[in-house]
Design a protein around this ligand. Sequence first.
Ligand code: GRF
Length: 203
Amino acid sequence: LKVAVLASGRGSNLAALLAARDRGELPVDFVLVGSDKASAHALQLAKAAGIATLALSPRNYPDRRSFDLDLLARIAASGADILVLAGFMRVLDGEALAPWIGRVINIHPSLLPKYRGLHTHRRALEAGDREHGASVHYVTAELDGGPLIAQARITVHPDDDEDTLAQRLLPLEHRLLPTVLSLMASRRLRWSDDGAQLDGQPL
Ligand code: GRF
């Protein structure tokens, strides 16, 4: 399985994917790491790992759709079968995504369908949630809205703040994303219009 990854920032989830591959737990080829930010640390991690990189700035395009179409065309040209959004802070256009439906996954730091979008840790705290977590889902044009694949949960403590929640959740994200990608690599996970399927069963 050939995999491309898009990341806008730090890239700790990318690092976790590469570490899982290096341990022999993730039988995929990382063919491209792309970003909408030339300064993203994720690009440095990719270069250090000998993976081709791509930095495209939305400012050089007339509109969102033309950026997304070019980005996904270049990802297709890399030979990638699967695209992983690992901290990619943009919503992809529906027309650009259409040929990719069922082949793009995203990791989001909330228990979806709760808290799509930004500031998920703050919103979980403000709501008084006793439980918080992260989700991996198939990507559609709807922000953080595609079929759910898997979640990881943590208990919220009374003295938690946004930083402590993020710190406790991140190591779980780092296990969740490689686990889901390895299910895709073994062809056990499938997209269906009704939701994700594992071994032919609804999740
Ligand atoms: C993670 O919390 C991920 O869930 C969210 O963005 C963050 C990316 O972190 N989508 P990193 O760049 O992988 O370190």
